[in-house]
Design a binder for this molecule. Structure first.
Ligand code: ARG
Length: 460
């Protein structure tokens, strides 16, 4: 069956049919297509196109089709152009002649926009739920080692000491923004396009607000031409998904390093690692590598649709059918990566001694010393110079901070008074960073509690 054909003397070539069909992938929209069509049948009743009985018959037939669509047999032998065509063919088979009225005043251009919006709404909610799962796992892991100290890095060089929970809460913030961004993408999608027609607006006085209410939309779109040519709401989701994947990928990269023999900070569970077919000793972080790898696919999906859209003239063009494969791909990879990340995080055990030693054996305390000098009255630039020379001398003579005594410090530079020797322990310096958002132990404990409260609010 076709939803068009009167104007043609012959049918489409087999090659064109194969090339242009989208049922293989857009069948994922079938639930949304049916829900939207049921609401549209009610709108048709309100404008007098369908009688009460006809509307009831159509809505019931759609219900039956929805139930049947769960089985694989439903699609057997289906050669329909797209999911919208398939659903109308099935309606005809079930409800008979009255089905010929369902497409009155409606275009597939707005229908595909509607279906995608309905699908995205649910998918955004699902993704947001998975994001909070990752966030909760991070908070649990932070609470398991509340006092652990690690060197924080810039340029992949040891920079300043931070608490392990402070490090994990940095990722918590990134995922909190992802949760918000996915919510913004959802809100952008949650506007009713129906009533736009093909591009010029429907030729029937549909009550668009009633349709919006019926389908749970926040409002109605404002311009029919915009609706027909708009995929911004898909791009918004793809961007939100890409940024979330970047965050997952960076966490994965950190932990691939931190779980290596060279670092030895953490141990990934057996359940999220794999062995080598040749080297018996290997325990590889494949789950994390795949999270990092799949990130590329999601960014590729965003790029793909941006390139598809960039040169399109107003309004709808068939190119836009190519939005679905990247959308589904990105949503699937994001969901899978979030789930995998949660399980990987839950499997982690920290060996707190290793990062603590890495902090103690490096010069992460240098900033604490310079700032202490500044607090005691030495202008910071001079303090920086003094401590810089102190570090240089230590590097030359192979001394780590704990190798210095207070007396030796003082004789190296008179400004390095005995009371500063305590700052050679990285734990001590952190006490001066009790500023909001800093790694001071009190600030971090407060941030952890606040993170729990924020999570509880995200779940409702
Ligand atoms: N399968 C089409 C898509 O996904 C539906 C819209 C078709 N509209 C059209 N004018 N051919 O974009």
């Amino acid at each position: 069956m076709k939803l068009w054909g009167g104007r043609f003397e012959s049918g489409p070539s087999e090659v064109f049919e194969r090339f242009s069909g989208s049922l293989d992938f857009d069948r994922r929209l079938i639930g949304a297509d049916i829900r939207g069509s049921q609401a549209f049948a009610r709108a048709l009743e309100r404008v007098g196109i369908l009688s009460v009985e006809e509307r009831a018959a159509i809505v019931a037939a759609f219900g039956a089709i929805a139930a049947e669509s769960a089985s694989a047999a439903f699609y057997e032998g289906a050669s329909d152009e797209d999911v919208h065509t398939l659903v109308i063919r099935k309606l005809k088979e079930k409800a008979g002649a009255v089905a010929d009225k369902i497409h009155t005043g409606r275009s597939r251009n707005e229908q595909v926009s509607l279906d995608t919006r309905l699908w995205l709404r649910e998918e955004s909610d699902r993704a947001r739920g998975l994001v909070t799962g990752v966030m909760e796992a991070l908070v649990n892991l932070a609470e398991a080692y509340p006092d652990a100290v690690i060197p924080g890095y810039t340029h992949m060089r040891r920079a300043q000491a931070v608490l392990w929970p402070h490090y994990l809460l940095a990722y918590f913030e990134m995922f909190a923004r992802d949760w918000e961004r996915l919510g913004e993408a959802r809100a952008r999608a949650n506007v009713l396009p129906l009533g736009s027609g093909a591009l010029a607006g429907a030729g029937f006085p549909f009550d668009r607000d009633a349709m919006a209410q019926d389908l749970g939309f926040d409002g109605v779109t404002r311009n029919s031409m915009d609706v027909s040519g708009d995929r911004d709401f898909v791009l918004d989701f793809l961007y939100a998904a890409s940024v979330a994947m970047i965050h997952l990928s960076r966490l994965a990269e950190d932990w691939i390093l931190y779980s290596s023999e060279e670092f030895g900070w953490l141990e990934l569970g057996d359940g999220v690692t794999s062995g080598s077919s040749l080297m018996p000793q290997k325990k590889n972080p494949d789950s994390l590598e795949l999270i990092r790898g799949k990130c590329g696919r999601v960014i590729g999906s965003l790029t793909s649709l941006m390139v598809t859209m960039k040169g399109l003239p107003m309004t709808y063009n068939r190119d836009m059918q190519e939005d679905k494969v990247p959308l589904f791909e990105a949503a699937d990879q994001l969901g899978g990566a979030l789930e995998m990340a949660r399980v990987a995080i839950e499997s982690v055990r920290l060996n707190p001694g290793r990062p603590a030693r890495a902090a103690e054996e490096s010069w992460v305390v240098a900033t604490d010393l310079a700032e202490a000098l500044a607090r005691a009255g030495t202008p910071f630039h001079q303090a920086h110079q003094i401590v810089g020379r102190f570090v240089l001398e230590s590097v030359r003579s192979g001394k780590k901070p704990s190798d210095w005594t207070a007396a030796e410090m003082q004789s190296f530079a008179p400004e390095l008074t005995g009371d500063l020797a305590v700052l050679l322990d990285p734990k001590k310096g952190m006490g001066s960073r009790e500023i909001a958002g800093g790694t001071g132990p009190g600030a971090v404990a407060g941030a952890l509690e606040e993170a729990r409260r924020r999570l509880a609010r995200m779940r409702v």
